[in-house]
Design a protein around this ligand. Sequence first.
Ligand code: GLU
Length: 460
Amino acid sequence: MTTLVQHQHVETQIVESYVAEVYELVKKRNPNESEFHQAVKEVFDSLVPVLVENPKYMEHGILERMVEPERVISFQIPWIDDQGTVRVNRGFRVQFNSAIGPYKGGLRFHPSVNASIVKFLGFEQIFKNSLTGQPIGGGKGGSDFDPKGKSDREIMRFTQSFMSELSKYIGPDVDVPAGDIGVGAREIGYMFGQYKKIRGAYEAGVLTGKGLNYGGSLGRKEATGYGTVYFVEEMLRDSGRGFKGSTVVVSGSGNVSIYAIEKAHQLGAKVVACSDSSGYIYDEQGINLETVKRLKEVEGKRISEYVEEHPNAQYHSGCSGIWSIPCDIALPCATQNEIDEIAAKLLVSNGVIAVGEGANMPSTLEAISIFHEKKVLFGPAKAVNAGGVAVSALEMAQNSMRLSWTLDEVDTKLQEIMKNIYTNSINAANEYNAPGNLVVGANIAGFKKVADAMIAQGVI
Ligand code: GLU
């Protein structure tokens, strides 16, 4: 904790060296966690002017406290595969910050999951959740389990084993997990069942993204993708443009991508490409979403199969090539760091006007600099994709009240929330001398609410 308390305003240089010092501490204390470092750096770079104006945040050690999770749980997940072989995976839950509500954030099942990935996601979630205006803290979890190629029974046994341990640490007022990559309605269903059995009580609000017949919210499935498009539409409105008549590239073909494509099409855009972890498809006439939905949501097939039914479309193996397709709007909805410097330069030279991050941290810091430098409208993940967790919070509210809202009610609230996130972020950017910079704006707007709540609650 610093002793700068006496000064109303402190010099920028002092703040910069303080922020650099805390960042060095993060690197030292969390070695080999490059994704976590990257997420912290992006936020810290935005906060200098806020700390200059409000030295109280330094006095109360807010930065030091925010980068240290309140609790990190790592556990063993033993399960038996269909051949009868015992398998062991590693599970995580990072309970990062509970200043404004119970920990809230998804679970990711993917072989790349490790402490760095879960911490970067949990750290981002603090600010994202704050931006939604809903009373939710930041958390994240998952496992290095690879759902690809697993049978339904294997998925059930694994998720039950995962929940047997996780159930000790969660609850409707404690920590409320949901889905992320590799975790959808099926996994949430099995986890909810196991939690209910262990607790011997029907605590509907312990998980979100549930099925509609047992406490799920209408509109939750679509929320991240729709919210992404609502945000980008808002961002484009200021420059007199919109999705109508635009050519769009959406990476990924999971839950976020599918509903981003659906909403972009509804608003009159043509989405010409999407991808999975093996490659991408390009359909000049516009992607047939029904085919993608069937392949991905029902049959669990690879995106390459799309060209069997649509011979005019092309399939290319490898994912990065998708960013060489000329488009007006790019929506990276696949995974972290999918747009690097080279991809960003390609997008810019092909005339992209807006980039909206549907995935978490899909652009590297270098890529973001290029977008800013070239005046591309850039919407950062914690603002753009906040619609998913926002509707999760609406699901929690409905569970508490034991009632359910109509799809129209939920969608209207989602649109309002996305509009507010945009307005609050743009206003914060303007207030702190970074006009139009939504990275700075979203970080500051998200940070202040959490930081003020932490101060109000004391050093605990
Ligand atoms: N995994 C999503 C996210 O990154 C949703 C989390 C939630 O609904 O709790 O925000």
